[in-house]
Structures are given as C-alpha cells and as structure tokens.
Design a protein around this ligand. Structure first.
Ligand SMILES: Cc1ncc(COP(=O)(O)O)c(C=O)c1O
Length: 419
C-alpha cells in the first residue's frame, strides 16, 4: 500500500523574505495533483455524460473496496462527510428513544451534534424519533487527550447504549478497556476516526495491531480536504462496519447504502422503503481519495518523522510534546504541544507568527458550546475538567508531509527556543 511522493516546495534561499508556512498542507497537495486530476476529471465527466450520474459510480465502489481491504473490515460505505458517517452509525444501530451515547468532552463538535441529529428508533413499532439520542460528555485522559475509560465506566446508566471513541488528533483511544466494558454491558462502540487515518492500536488481549476504524462496531472517517487523506473538492466521508455486528451485518450494510441514498433499497427511483437522507459520495471525491490511499502509510511515516524532530527540539523546555501511549501508532493529524501556562501559550503563538508560521485554531470543549451550555440541546455533562485544561493550553504546530526540510527546520528553531 505504501508509496512515497514528495509534495514539499523548493527551499527558499536565506536572502529571500521568509514565505508563510501554512497551518495545513492541503493546498499544496491539491496543486501537486492538479495535472493528474485534470485527466481523471475529464474521464469522470465523460462517463457521467454516458451514465447520467456523478455519484455512487465505479470509483465510489473501488474506494469502498480499497478502504475495506486496507482496514480489513467487513464493509466500507462511502458517504458525503464524516458527520454523515457518524449520524449514519447512530441511526443504523437502532437505538431506542432516550438512549445515552457517551462522547468525550474534547472533540470536534460534530461528534456530539451527530448524536443529537440522529433519529432514535422505537424497538416495538419501528417509529423514528428525532431528538431521542442524548450525548453524555465524559472527560479525557490528560496524557493522550482521548476519552478516559474510567470516566466512561463512571458515566454508565441504565440508558447507555453506545460509546463514541474519538481518536483525537490522530491517536487512537484506549480501545481495549472500552471494548471490554461494551461487551460486559451490551453496548455498541462507534469509532470516530475522522482524524486518524493511518493510526494503529496494538491490542494487549489479541497481540494484534489494528488500524483505526476496524475495532469497534462501526468506524467513521472524515475525508474532507484537510485530513491525512481527503477530497480536494471539500467534503467526503466513510463508514466502516465490522464483524462485531455479527448476523446484523448484511442487513445493516444494505440499510446504510439505502440511508445515504434517500432510503431506496431497490432500483426504483421513487420507491423509498426505508429512512434515508442525501449523503452520497461523488465520483470526483472518490477518485481523489482512492489515489491518496496508496500514499497514506508513507505520508503518516513522514508526519511521525517530523513529530520526532519537534519532540527533540522541545527537549529541555517547559512545553510538553504529544504523548504517544505504548502500543499506539500516532497518525499526527495534529501535532499539538502543551504549554505550561496560558502566558507561555501566547508567547509561543506570537513567536510562531513572528516567524511567518501560521498557528491553527485549536478545539474547544464541546459541552461549553452555547447550545449545550444554555440547555438548548439535550445532553448530560459528567466531566470536562481535563478537557478544559487541555483546550486552554494546546498550541497547534504545522506538521504535514507537504512541509519542506527548510520549513521543518524553521519550526524546530522556534520550538527549541521555548522557555
Ligand atoms: C473528531 C471529528 N469528528 C467528526 C468530524 C466531522 O467530519 P466532517 O468535517 O467530514 O463532517 C471531524 C472533522 O474534522 C472531526 O475532527
């Protein structure tokens, strides 16, 4: 699967003004792929004219199969965003009204909004109920910044139906205790792998190394343009189904494919046998993601190399580099350093900006967002203290394979002068 390709710009000479280092590398990725894309787009348009469709075509099917094989999962279903994949997972599990879904307080807001957005399904009548699923916010582990399994256990109630394990910043959550808990209590585990393409987890139980999106019942990937691989046109996503779903797998897979396509199970265009929305992936996005999947492993390896250099540059400073838990392969969607104080955070951010290095915004604490804080969206808050502390102190450092050696050195230089 792994190939290498260099997207780094030529190094600037020392006499030139220092060009800005962007916070994300997706713009460069697009520029480098433009000529290859032109040919691909021309072919897709030609096929679309013949078939009358730009969506769910042969490239979407190839992407689904390539992802399925890469992750070694039972099925992979392409959708139009990571948010759709999360909503699909919540709906397809047929959770009854009033079900609580445990989510970490530190994540992108769509992990929780997807829970509020999904229909619950009455197990007796099959009736759909909007607003029937309730996110329950739990705290994160202060070292890995991923959901804390002990806090999940403390948050369980009679109404708990599922846990969403978010692989935050590119590091997988501690899946083994979560899966054990789920097995013990009959819960589903949904992996939010939106940030974790290429991340891995070595399971202490089976001694096997699993890629993100292959351990829970379902995995949800974002394939938006800024992700480790993603659609240059904007938004795309993918839902995985694993063998944990057992005999329900075939019916859930066909339900998921109907769900993304207005609830059509058969070929009849205006026959909608089941519930669905418009969430198809287009052929252009599928072609883009398919081309990039071949490079994923080598790009993640490059992210890890750059991260190791930043770690070394930070040695002896008061800033904390990302902690990688034993047995976990971090995909470094983000490289975030923890400042010792808010003042130190602002100091580093201003030094980065002064050196023409863009500083990306960092994630907020989801239960602190207005709709939850003001009680306008249903939720239950269990804990968010660690999340709040982390959100206050993290600084995002550009870390992507499209960085040149010269740019990595410029960033190292700033990091090494941290107090
Ligand atoms: C953790 C997490 N979950 C869900 C999403 C939603 O994915 P999308 O933006 O493709 O809808 C994102 C997007 O960045 C994310 O970071």
């Amino acid at each position: 699967m792994s190939q290498s390709v260099s997207y780094a710009p030529a190094a600037a000479t020392s006499s030139e003004a220092r060009p800005v280092i962007p916070a994300q590398g997706n713009g460069r990725r697009l520029l480098q792929r433009l000529s290859a894309l032109q040919q691909e787009v021309a072919e897709i348009v030609e096929e679309a004219v013949e078939s009358g469709s730009h969506t769910n075509g042969p490239r979407v099917q190839s992407l689904e199969e390539a992802f399925r094989a890469y992750l070694q999962v039972a099925d992979a279903i392409a959708v139009n965003s990571g948010s759709s994949a999360l909503r699909a997972a919540c709906e397809l599990l047929h959770l009854p009204p009033g079900t609580e879904v445990i989510v970490p307080s530190y994540t992108f807001v769509m992990t929780a909004y997807a829970v509020n957005d999904a229909f619950a399904i009455d197990p007796q009548s099959g009736a759909l109920a909007k607003g029937g699923l309730i996110p329950v916010f739990v705290d994160i582990d202060p070292q890995t910044y991923t959901i804390d399994p002990a806090c999940v256990r403390a948050a369980l109630s009679e109404r708990t139906g599922a846990i969403i394990a978010v692989h935050m910043l590119g590091q997988m959550a501690d899946m083994r205790p979560l899966l054990d808990l789920a097995d013990e209590r009959g819960l589903f585990v949904i992996e939010d792998a939106a940030q974790a393409h290429g991340a891995t987890y070595s399971d202490p139980r089976t001694q096997h190394i699993y890629p993100a999106g292959s351990m829970g019942d379902c995995g949800c990937f974002s394939l938006s343009d800024v992700k480790n691989i993603g659609s240059m046109g904007g938004d795309a996503g993918l839902l995985t189904l694993t063998t944990r779903l057992g005999s329900r797998l075939p019916s859930l897979a066909s339900e998921a494919r109907a769900w993304r396509n207005t609830g059509r199970l058969g070929r009849q265009r205006y026959e909608h046998q089941t519930w669905g929305i418009r969430a198809r992936m287009d052929e252009y996005s599928a072609a883009e993601c398919l081309a990039q999947l071949r490079y994923l492993d080598s790009w993640v390896a490059r992210r890890r190399q750059i991260a190791a250099r930043y770690n070394a540059a930070l040695a002896g400073t008061s800033f904390t580099p990302p902690y990688v838990a034993p047995g976990r392969g971090h995909a470094f969607f983000n490289y975030m350093v923890k400042a010792p104080t808010l003042e130190a955070r602002h100091l580093l951010e201003s030094r980065l900006r002064a050196a023409s290095i863009q500083v990306a915004d960092t994630y907020s604490v989801v239960p602190d967002q207005p709709l939850y804080r003001q009680g306008l969206l249903p939720c239950r808050l269990v804990a968010s203290e660690q999340a709040r502390e982390i959100a206050r102190l993290l600084v995002a450092i550009p870390c992507y394979p499209e960085l040149s050696e010269d740019e990595v050195a410029r960033i190292e230089e700033v990091l090494s002068h941290c107090p």
